[in-house]
Design a protein around this ligand. Structure first.
Ligand code: UD1
Ligand code: UDP
Length: 375
């Protein structure tokens, strides 16, 4: 029996985290062969993930440039991926999420008439400005995909409502939970070291873990977010705030200007996945605009304040495990203080199961692909 050839394309940190378990599952399946293509829309942050999972890209387009524009990345991905696909002629291509790499790789595959599987399909805010440009990326990838792997029933429902054919929609859970549960088991056996944080720091304080990087918030909203963080730490002396700062210069600049060199605020470089999962596991509270972290935190029973105006992941908010707090200084400060001082409010946000998956999504995706790819 000839093996079915699947090309997996990754560009950024979250795509690598969420497709690593799928890559490993396809690799261990005897009837499929996999080629990993990195566009390297991210460089250092992608390499960190590949090294954590002991994975190496077979082909690396190395496209990242400092402060790159969306149009530049889009052109390079379409042209670069098209050449690779024309040469490899795989039976299927897998893309993930809502990044430029995701949409533009799906377009390149569509032009080459190779069927596309979109992992994490169907998430929507129905607001093209938030998340921007990701809402557009994800919405356009779905109708050109042969397999829409929806993480939740809501996402599957969105796809049905958009008249995506029922035979193209598969409810699998989110593969980030597969990655997270593996990482959680490892870090609970052996605590990873984080060189920028002194031993004992987290034993003596409550940890507020922060990330923030969304393009639609750059400018005033991002500055207010930083000012709120400064206020929260000043108001609660038993806390430390750790913020692994995204390498985008539009993030680095305001964060360092407003939060640099302050007592109990640790601005550190992006950390490897195991280290980040350890920090989440040790945290008291998470404040973030990240998509992936909103999905991971409920499995670790950590409340999340989501610093966005809209989320395409409303399930945790509806389950009372996350709160959408926008980007105003006052609202973020008030909501964080509430969780830091009111034990009942805190407890009610830190229970429950994870609405995004059970850790078996990759397995399901590989089963579906194995039985439906026509070579
Ligand atoms: C991208 C995705 C976003 C995702 C985020 C994950 C798009 C449009 N956006 O946003 O959906 O949530 O990744 O983090 O695809 N940089 C480095 N080294 C790195 C990574 C980034 O220096 O390893 C800097 C570079 O200057 C680069 C800039 O960050 O030009 C922006 O990177 P880019 O991938 O264009 O956008 P993100 O904001 O990271
Ligand atoms: N993450 C990481 N190191 C960090 C910060 C985050 O490994 O320093 C992980 C996090 O656990 C999650 C993913 O990166 O799985 C989220 O990526 P990001 O926030 O960059 O993108 P988004 O999910 O918003 O698209």
């Amino acid at each position: 029996m000839t093996q079915k050839h699947i090309v997996i394309i990754i560009g950024t940190r979250p795509e690598a985290i969420k497709l690593a378990p799928v890559y490993l599952a396809i690799k261990s399946e005897p009837h499929t062969k996999v080629t990993l293509v990195a566009t390297a829309q991210h460089r250092q942050m992608l390499d960190q993930v590949l090294s954590t999972f002991s994975i190496k890209a077979d082909i690396d387009l190395d496209i990242m440039r400092p402060n790159q524009s969306l149009s530049e990345v889009s052109c390079q991905v379409i042209v670069g991926v098209q050449k690779v696909l024309a040469e490899l002629k795989p039976d299927a291509v897998l893309v993930q999420g809502d990044t430029t790499t995701c949409l533009c790789s799906a377009i390149a595959a569509f032009y080459e008439q190779i069927p596309v599987g979109h992992v994490e399909a169907g998430l929507r805010t129905y607001n093209l400005k938030a998340p921007w440009p990701e809402e557009m990326n994800r919405r356009l990838a779905d109708p050109i995909s042969r397999w829409c792997f929806a993480p939740t029933s809501r996402a599957a429902g969105n796809l049905r409502a958009e008249r995506i054919p029922a035979e193209n929609i598969f409810m699998t859970g989110n593969t980030v939970i597969d990655a997270l549960l593996r990482a959680r088991d490892i870090i609970r056996q052996q605590r990873p070291k984080i060189s920028e944080l002194a031993d004992g720091l987290l034993d003596e304080h409550r940890l507020i873990l922060v990330t923030g990087h969304r393009r639609e918030s750059f400018g005033k909203a991002f500055e207010e977010f930083c000012q709120a963080l400064r206020q929260i730490v000043q108001d609660h002396e038993d806390t430390v705030l750790v913020y692994p700062v995204h390498l985008n210069p539009n993030v680095q600049k305001p964060v360092n200007k407003i939060l640099g060199k302050l007592e109990r605020i640790y601005l550190i470089s992006p950390v490897e996945y195991l280290q980040f999962v350890y920090l989440m596991d040790r945290s008291y509270l998470i404040i973030t605009d990240s998509g992936g972290i909103q999905e991971e935190a409920p499995s670790l029973h950590k409340p999340v304040l989501v610093t966005r105006e809209a989320t395409e992941r409303p399930e945790a908010v509806e389950a009372g495990l996350a709160k959408l707090v926008g980007t105003s200084k006052e609202k973020i400060t008030t909501e964080a203080s509430h969780l830091l001082t009111d034990t009942d409010a805190y407890t009610s946000m830190s229970g429950g199961g994870n609405p995004y998956g059970d850790g078996r999504a990759s397995e399901k995706i590989v089963e579906i692909l194995s039985s439906t790819i026509t070579a």
